[in-house]
Design a protein around this ligand. Structure first.
Ligand code: PDD
Length: 284
């Protein structure tokens, strides 16, 4: 099970891989990324991740690393790594240049990839549910771009960890919920799912989309619109979605219980349906 790195055509161990200190990814966070996991030796939702990567690159005018060329490299990395349950991290930055804010269009991007074993969420947490906290939304207004610049996200996650919570959920100044620091947020109200609409306010999570599609297939209604922190506190169920997180119930928010403080029935059912979808390899 080798853990491996790839940097612009060079393969190595992760420890030996390096990029220049003049890389704009290092200097400015001028890059975008994807995190792709595998189940049972198969990369999950690869094409969806590539479409989102393309969206992120187009949004910041990062050229020179077309996804048609990146895709076979990802597959090769994954095959070399021989992981059954693995995680591919992929980062494309605007490359190496003397430190100046403005960039030269058409420069050579840096493509960095690693493959590692997946450290799955403790299975116990799916049964017990997790605590979450709310934090003010302090990030920029283009959260649909999966930027490597994650300062707002990491500061929020650190607050969550320091207060014993699994996740920090961002709330805008007007009280609207956006997403978690590395997850999307759903609430359940009277059997109906509610999640923030796609657009600049949130990252269009791959797991989010799969859960919306799965719910609709099962006849569960889904509303994609802004909801407030009060609606979230009063929800019948609250859960998070993400590549590593899958579908994870939140049972306390800012130390107050969501309903009875137990993982809700719909949350469990959607996690089961998600796993069924994984078994069927239904990810396009
Ligand atoms: N994070 N929102 C944010 C801000 C995220 O960083 C992520 C994923 C998600 C969920 O997206 P998806 O279902 O496509 O994983 C939502 C990745 C896993 C990370 O940064 O490690």
């Amino acid at each position: 099970m080798p853990e491996l790195a790839y940097v612009n055509g060079t393969w190595s161990t992760i420890e030996a891989a390096c990029v220049s200190i003049d890389d704009r990814g290092f200097q400015f966070g001028d890059g975008v990324y994807e995190v792709i996991r595998s189940y049972d030796g198969r990369l999950w939702a690869l094409d969806r991740h590539l479409r989102r990567l393309e969206h992120s690159m187009r949004a910041i005018a990062l050229t020179g690393a077309p996804t048609a060329e990146v895709k076979p490299r990802i597959i090769e990395l994954f095959e070399r790594g021989q992981m059954r349950e693995g995680v591919v991290y992929l980062q494309v930055t605007r490359g190496v240049a003397p430190r100046r804010h403005a960039y030269n269009a058409g420069g050579q991007p840096t493509v960095v990839m690693t493959v590692r074993a997946q450290h799955a969420v403790d299975i116990q947490l799916y049964a017990s549910g997790v605590p979450a906290i709310t934090v003010p939304e302090i990030r920029w207004s283009r959260r649909d771009i999966k930027s490597t610049n994650l300062l707002g996200n990491i500061l929020a996650k650190q607050r969550a960890v320091e207060s014993g919570a699994y996740e920090a959920i961002f709330v805008e100044a007007d009280g609207r919920v956006t997403e978690g620091s590395s997850t999307n947020v759903f609430i359940v109200r009277k059997g109906c799912l509610l999640t923030r609409e796609k657009g600049p306010h949130i990252l269009a999570g791959i797991t989010r989309d799969l859960i919306v599609e799965t719910a609709l297939e099962q006849g569960i209604s889904v509303e994609e619109r802004p909801f407030t922190v009060e609606e979230m506190r009063a929800a019948d169920e609250l859960f998070l979605t993400g590549t590593g997180t899958e579908v994870l119930g939140v049972v306390t928010l800012d130390q107050q219980r969501i309903q009875m403080g137990r993982v809700g029935d719909l949350t469990r059912a959607l996690l089961d349906a998600f796993h069924e979808r994984v078994r069927q390899a239904r990810d396009d």
